[in-house]
Design a protein around this ligand. Structure first.
Ligand code: BDR
Ligand code: CA
Length: 321
């Protein structure tokens, strides 16, 4: 099988960092670049973190700086109580290793890279979707040239889960709901791993300790970077472990058979008290719904083989695939 050629659009972010390590170490992924976006922290912080992560785990892979704020709103406050003051769980970030910063803005990097590899590029997007919406505005033709777009974001009500920032909205989609509605409405193949599925997937304290002991430098990094994040989960959700958000998008790319899915167009509410809510009209639903029916279908994940996903991550880090 040919490798997945990936642009990783990210707001690192502890779980973003864990997903980057996953991609860097999996033999079926070739990283073409990282594009940063505001979200878990300011654009300056997420770009610094993306450059640090690429330099340390994916040497030679460039980073392009992306949007500092959503299309139509002001930037949210950094989520320091979740991801630490530095966005990476307050670990020491060594200087000197950082990846080169591409001169182009992220959306232009995306357009140029997709055009350079028509039909081959997978976009894995795990932050607010502003860079992807800007890329579509810059060059709408890229929609037909991308292999697939895999997104961690939104929530579709499985297990009653609809949001983590408000009762109706997940952080990445609420970060830029206008951009998300544009991205879900474009004619490219979109798959969405939402919060209801990523919250079913938990890396326990013991699982993380095992990675630390068996996963070499990458495993020790994952342990170190997740200490603050695990404390947040214990305090906020009484969880002895962490939810696996962004790495779930990577797992979907590598092993889609681990996920149960449903097809149908997805809309995002862009105002009102439920702003940021993601709603799919299942393709099997017979009633007309004009706000959905004119839009392309997306693949929404409804369930996951949790042991399978966790084994894939562990085997990748421990080199036992
Ligand atoms: C998403 O929000 C961010 O805080 C995480 O990195 C993840 O992408 C989960 O809602
Ligand atoms: Ca993220």
């Amino acid at each position: 099988m040919s490798k997945h050629r990936v642009i990783y659009d990210t707001d690192p972010g502890v779980d973003d960092a864990m997903a980057l390590v996953f991609q860097a170490l999996h033999p079926d992924i070739e990283l073409l670049g990282l594009t940063s976006v505001f979200g878990n922290a300011t654009i300056e912080t997420t770009t610094r973190n993306a450059r640090f992560l690429a330099g340390r785990f994916a040497p030679g892979v460039p980073v392009a700086q992306g949007a500092a704020a959503p299309l139509k709103r002001s930037a949210p406050e950094p989520l320091a109580w979740i991801h630490g003051d530095n966005g990476l769980g307050n670990i020491a970030i060594e200087a000197g290793l950082e990846a080169a910063l591409d001169a182009r803005p992220a959306h232009r990097f995306i357009v140029d890279t997709v055009r350079a590899h028509p039909g081959e590029v997978t976009l894995i997007a795990v932050g607010p979707l502003t860079n992807l919406a800007l890329a579509l505005a810059d060059d709408p033709q890229i929609a037909s040239l991308v292999r697939q777009v895999v997104i961690m974001g939104g929530a579709f009500g499985t297990d009653g889960v609809l949001g983590n920032v408000t009762p109706a909205a997940e952080a990445n989609i609420l970060g830029d709901p206008d951009a998300a509605d544009i991205v879900f409405g474009a004619a490219w193949p979109v798959a969405i791993v939402g919060l209801d599925v990523t919250q079913r997937t938990v890396m326990s304290h013991d699982y993380l300790a095992s990675l630390r002991d068996r996963g070499g430098a990458a495993g020790r990094f994952v342990w170190d970077v997740s200490r603050h994040y695990e404390a947040f989960h214990e305090q906020s959700a009484q969880l002895k472990g962490i939810y696996v958000h962004d790495s779930s998008a990577v797992a979907y790319v590598l092993a889609p058979h681990l996920y149960t899915t449903r097809r149908g167009p997805v809309r995002v509410l862009t105002d009102g008290i439920a702003v940021g809510q993601t709603i799919q009209k299942p393709s099997a639903m017979p009633v007309p719904a004009p706000d959905w029916d004119t839009r392309p279908g997306s693949t929404v994940c409804l369930d996951v083989d949790v042991p399978g996903m966790l084994a894939l991550y562990e085997q990748t880090l421990c080199g036992t695939l």
